[in-house]
Design a protein around this ligand. Sequence first.
Ligand code: 5GP
Length: 115
Amino acid sequence: MSAEKSIFTKIMDGDIPAQKVYEDEDCICIKDISPQAPTHLLIIPRKPIPRLVDATIEDKALLGHLLLKVGDLARLSGVDEAFRVVINNGEGAGQTVFHLHLHLLGNKAFDEGSL
Ligand code: 5GP
């Protein structure tokens, strides 16, 4: 069985280029190709979990790792005093790439009370 590779797996495999900011054995971090904030990074597990709801208890440590990396990368990018983490789950929520990823958005004036 060979499922179609997601665009993020293709990036990890070097099939298509991306601006890589960080990588380790469990995840990579790249700059978003179409940034919605001055700092817009994507933190992506190597494991191709399609959506957050597809994660299981087996992924507990991985999910923790991703969140800790968001903090490290926010510090590294100098946005750790004000940033936002977004996970879109499902088409209805705006998910376009079905390989779990966390958006790290920083250096932006966030409206009070907005999502
Ligand atoms: P989603 O809408 O699924 O939450 O987020 C997918 C994100 O991936 C979007 O912000 C989009 O700009 C970004 N993206 C899509 N294709 C590529 C690509 O080939 N390279 C990079 N660096 N980002 C991509």
